[in-house]
Design a protein around this ligand. Structure first.
Ligand SMILES: Cc1ncc(COP(=O)(O)O)c(C=O)c1O
Length: 446
């Protein structure tokens, strides 16, 4: 049973973090894991089982971050542990054709209807990078459209307005300010990027009238998952599909977060929208690094070896051990009631949190449904887009709230731009632990 002690000893975490800073930049391998987000520093996690994790001081937590959504089966699922140890004993990777990658791809195609063929990569970033290259080759066009606040990995041209900024810096909806997320990217890279606000059909029609004819692709997250959890307005994705078809731009649906989470076929199945290309990652590998690009042969076959091919190489593509995990994970996900249960547990958490905030008179909304959601401290009834998020969400209060939860046995990132994840390992007891901790954390929260 998780202890809800408010004064958790984190001495060993602090010692490791001090040591980490001698050898690692900021003591971590990605800023989102370090002292930029966690105060006074990160909690060093040492092991996990099911829905729980333990830190270096042996404090126990219920994990709702789940490796940014990768751990759809929770930690150390017995089937996956067995799969990994057997695959390791046989030889983890050959960088050669294997039956393991065939079995993974067959299962993938059975679950994702738009996947006539699939190409495995090692990360979501590699998948979106490849999807863009394929779109450009397929259409013979260079420009593409990305939406404000959408994150598609760390490839240069995607790094425009993926971070939040004060509302005053964002420019107008018709002419959004273009704010690069990283140094080291030649400004000319962004000459090929058309930027538009998301979830606004009028703005979309306007920008596509101007630029549609020159776009290789429009890339979108189906649910905006990097400003928390922002759902598409009714009919928005369907209209986006029609408009991209009309102007001859490919629709890339970036399902790195949503894929294998909301339905076997991801958000494209849930919302009934068929993209031209889709990208996957995270939940596909149940904790192992993998990504995928899926779509019709007419587009993906451009990678076939020829003088005019779209190049995609990689020593670790189709990594054998990972492919074994992918196949076993997809088998687990296709078991009866998996998605029904994920939705039921998630919806119970969401309803419970809403009830606690209402009873405690905290101005907070819980947005999303089923296996993924986010809490926003806001006066608004809903957060519809990037601009709402930048203007109306109290991200500092959210951080303080999550730090209180961390002290009460709930593991979650204090970054409001991420989202809460329900895995197949979460139980009703975990839901209760979270609701109790939330209730306690609301006392004196300001
Ligand atoms: C929507 C989306 N696309 C792509 C990526 C990149 O995936 P990865 O971190 O595996 O490179 C992410 C990562 O968070 C993401 O949220």
């Amino acid at each position: 049973m998780v202890q809800t002690s408010q004064t958790r000893n984190r001495i060993r975490s602090q010692q490791w973090f001090e040591r980490a800073q001698q050898s690692l930049v900021e003591g971590v391998n990605s800023p989102s894991r370090g002292a930029t987000v966690y105060t006074p520093g990160p909690i060093m996690l040492e092991r996990g089982r099911g829905s729980h994790v333990w830190d270096a001081d042996d404090n126990e937590y219920v994990d709702f971050m789940m490796s940014f959504g990768a751990l759809i089966q929770g930690h150390a699922h017995p089937t996956l542990v067995k799969t990994v140890s057997e695959a390791m004993a046989e030889g983890s990777h050959f960088a050669a054709a294997t039956s393991a990658e065939v079995e993974a791809a067959e299962r993938f195609r059975r679950m994702v209807p738009s996947a006539e063929v699939v190409r495995f990569t090692n990360t979501g970033s590699e998948a979106t990078m490849l999807a863009l290259r394929l779109s450009r080759a397929h259409t013979g066009r260079t420009k593409f459209l990305k939406f404000e606040g959408h994150y598609h990995g760390w490839y240069d041209p995607f790094l425009l307005n993926a971070h939040s900024h004060p509302r005053g810096q964002l420019g107008s909806v018709e002419n959004p300010a273009r704010i690069p997320d990283s140094e080291g990217i030649p400004p000319s890279t962004f000459d090929d990027v058309v930027l538009a606000p998301w979830n606004d059909v009028t703005a979309l029609e306007h920008v596509l009238r101007q630029h549609g004819h020159e776009l290789a692709a429009v890339i979108t997250e189906p649910i905006m998952a990097n400003m928390g959890c922002i759902l598409p307005r009714d009919g928005y994705l369907q209209r986006l599909r029609e408009l991209t078809q009309d102007c001859g731009a490919l629709l890339i649906m970036d399902e790195v977060v949503t894929g294998f989470r909301y339905a076997p076929g991801g958000c494209q199945e849930h919302y009934g929208v068929q993209p031209d290309i889709s990208t996957f990652g995270k939940a596909l590998g149940a904790g192992f690094p993998v990504g995928a690009v899926a779509g019709p042969r007419s587009i993906l076959d451009r990678m076939r070896w020829s003088e005019n091919m779209v190049l995609h190489y990689g020593t670790f593509n189709g990594h054998r051990l990972t492919m074994k995990v992918v196949a076993a994970n997809l088998d687990l996900l296709t078991a009866e009631h998996t998605y029904r249960n994920l939705h039921a547990v998630g919806n119970a958490v969401i309803a419970g949190l809403r009830e606690v905030f209402r009873r405690r008179q905290i101005k907070a909304i819980v947005q999303g449904f089923g296996p993924m959601f986010q809490i926003y401290f806001t006066e608004r009834e809903a957060i519809h887009d990037y601009r709402d998020y930048c203007q109306y969400v109290d991200t500092k209060l959210y951080s303080r709230f999550v730090h209180r939860l961390l002290d009460r046995g709930i593991y979650m990132t204090p970054s409001n731009g991420l989202h809460w994840i329900i895995s197949t390992a979460h139980t009703n007891a975990d839901v209760e632990a979270l609701l109790e901790a939330t209730d306690q954390a609301c006392t004196g929260l300001s």
